[in-house]
Ligand binder design. Structure first.
Ligand code: COA
Ligand code: ADP
Length: 571
């Protein structure tokens, strides 16, 4: 054991790192112990930090990313060198892509040996590899620089557009000692790590003028709007302006999905027909068809104008021209717009809002009819109807969601009522975030977590059910088991091996949770599912519900079939 505290008048790299994090209000580390950071994990725990150990670094990294999104503090992921570092890197890059603040701290081998490529234990030039994959990357070589290293990492993760930061800590650093008083002085409490960015008054006026002239205005809320924690300001803007809004997936719940101005249930119509679109923390990337093409091809296709609120100035004009760029933090920008609406603001023309309501009501009625059906075997709709009711009853529960069909159906069926309660595959459409996000949601909020998982998606992080049990977290995992990727009915035309998309039929996923002392339930009907989910939420016990779904129910790639090269070729 080397986890002794140093003598009273000296400190060391281990303790400087822990003290630097604590000084900045960071109280949790997600990680996986091993050389050279095992003692660091023990010491962090001994010093009162929450140390959540995972079974694979990717999930620890995903947990850090989700914690960053939920708390506006960088989530910390701690890994061993080379392989552990690489395992964490996917999560770091995904966090950066999604604009979530996190810091991946990895131990590394000794510089002298790595740089001469002399074959050290887990040798790898980690800093060079991380650099192009995250927002910023730093290495600390001397104990007296740990305070500055942490400060730079926190500022880089949080300021401007949030993102992932890599911090490289060679093994030798941890045991370096220095005078305790000088060590204390070397630490930095970061002041105002995400400074407000007030928009220029003329930019605010330009946006208001455009909105004022609009006949068919639309507001699109993205996950930046959820991250910004400007919930009251955003609600004021939408309700005072009377403009219909469309929430992107992780912005569901910034206003309740049942809000009268939500146009989510008539998405295609509003995107095609709007004449002025204001993006609030949403990028015009593939999820919004890059702002052009068929999705945006209605009567106003050639004259449509965009207003974009974003903290990153270079986001403007990334896909289509932005007529009114509003650069600043969402809270400040939206407040300025609300102030500028004034007392005489004219709400959008009723022919536009009525047309939306009419289409929306029709789609909602169609959806209600589908949800009322009770087919045997259970399908996505009848299972999700149960979860929809459960979330309605517990709007504070956090929904984690991944898969293809399981993702797409959940997004439109399960209404969200509160901000930052939906965590999903985000900008990349990444699979494997499930258990990491669920752990982070439970650890940072203490609220019930419902992880709605396709059976394929669950496979990427399934071993972390042990982590969920070990920390006794209030997580209920629901595996939508339709025997395969997309569905379970593919056949290998040559016989022999099963088709590439097919899994073991009727797999007993619930036994995985039972193996570690949690509750496992096989649910074949909506009634089974409702009972198990109610019990899980009431008890807070780690639970896995294996929801058996009709294996013919899914479609290839869910709602994004058009991205398959073969389908695209045929079009
Ligand atoms: N009741 C009734 N209908 C509803 C509804 C509700 N509560 N909520 C949404 N709908 C409707 C929408 O209006 C839309 O129908 P429309 O196109 O006829 O208007 C449909 O249901 C689907 O809506 P939604 O899921 O919001 O949009 P979409 O699927 O067309 O959105 C993307 C496109 C790309 C944004 C979306 O598919 C997405 O986020 N995909 C992520 C996919 C992914 O990453 N997959 C992982 C890899 S497989
Ligand atoms: P979605 O996928 O939901 O459309 P995106 O991830 O594409 O959302 O967009 C989020 C946007 O929000 C990014 O462009 C990011 O720069 C921006 N953003 C994040 N935080 C803030 C903030 N506090 N203020 C302004 N913009 C922000």
């Amino acid at each position: 054991m080397t986890n002794d505290t140093p003598s009273e008048d000296t400190t060391d790299g281990f303790h400087l790192l822990i003290d630097a994090l604590k000084l900045n209000g960071i109280d949790t580390i997600f990680g996986l112990p091993g050389i050279p950071i095992t003692d660091l994990t023990r010491m962090a725990q001994a010093e009162g930090m929450r140390m959540i150990s995972f079974r694979h670094e990717q999930h620890a990294g995903n947990a850090a990313a989700a914690a960053g999104f939920l708390t506006q503090k960088p989530g910390i992921c701690l890994t061993v060198s080379a392989p552990g570092f690489l395992n964490g890197l996917t999560a770091l890059t995904n966090a950066t892509t999604n604009c979530f603040p996190m810091i991946l701290i990895s131990g590394s081998s000794e510089r002298e040996i790595v740089d001469l490529q002399q074959g050290d234990y887990e040798e790898m030039d980690q800093l060079a590899i991380a650099k192009p994959l995250c927002k910023a990357a730093f290495r600390v070589l001397h104990a007296q620089d740990i305070g500055i290293g942490i400060a730079r990492a926190i500022r880089s993760a949080l300021s401007g557009r949030p993102g992932g930061v890599y911090l490289d800590l060679p093994a030798k650093l941890f045991a370096q000692t220095m005078d305790a008083a000088a060590g204390k002085r070397s630490l930095v409490k970061v002041v105002d790590p995400a400074p407000r960015q007030i928009p220029a008054p003329d930019a605010v006026q330009r946006a208001l003028d455009l909105l004022k002239g609009a006949k068919r205005p639309l507001i699109v809320l993205g996950k930046g709007a959820a991250y910004a924690q400007a919930d009251a300001e955003i609600r004021a803007l939408i309700e005072k302006s009377g403009i219909p809004y469309l929430p992107m997936s992780m912005a569901k719940g910034v206003l309740p999905d049942t809000h009268a101005q939500s146009a989510a249930a008539t998405r295609s119509y509003v995107l095609a027909e709007a004449d002025v679109v204001m993006l609030v923390g949403a990028r015009l990337n593939w999820l919004l068809s890059h702002g052009k093409g068929k999705t945006w091809g209605g009567a106003n296709a050639d004259t449509r104008q965009f207003i974009q609120i974003d903290i990153s100035p270079t986001e403007m004009d990334s896909n289509v021209p932005i007529a009114a760029p509003l650069v600043g933090d969402i809270g400040s920008c939206v407040s300025a717009l609300v102030a500028g609406l004034g007392a005489n603001w004219a709400k959008p023309p009723t022919d536009w809002t009525n047309a939306i309501t009419e289409r929306k009501d029709k789609n909602l009625a169609k959806m209600a009819a589908t949800l009322a059906l009770n087919p045997v075997p259970m399908n996505f709709h009848s299972a999700l109807n149960v979860i929809r009711n459960a979330v309605k009853a517990r709007p504070d529960a956090i929904v984690v969601n991944e898969g293809a069909n399981t993702l797409d159906f959940t997004r439109s069926i399960v209404d969200m009522y509160e901000p930052r309660k939906r965590l999903d595959v985000g900008t990349w459409g990444i699979m494997g975030i499930g258990m990491g996000f669920a752990v982070a949601a439970a650890v940072t909020t203490g609220k019930p977590v419902i992880a709605i998982e396709g059976d394929s998606a669950f496979g990427f992080s399934g071993m972390e059910v042990e982590t969920i049990c070990r920390y006794n977290l209030p997580v209920c995992v629901i595996v939508f088991n339709n025997n395969g990727v997309y569905k379970g009915t593919d056949v290998n035309p040559r016989g022999g091996d099963v088709a590439p998309t097919v899994f073991v039929k009727n797999a007993r996923y619930e036994m995985m949770m039972q193996a570690f002392g949690g509750v496992g339930v096989l649910a074949k009907t909506p009634e089974d599912l409702a009972k198990a989910l109610d019990e899980a939420i009431a008890s807070g016990k780690p639970t896995l519900i294996n929801a058996m779904i009709d294996e013919t129910a899914g479609t290839e790639s869910g709602r994004i079939t058009s991205l398959n090269p073969q389908t695209a070729k045929k079009k």
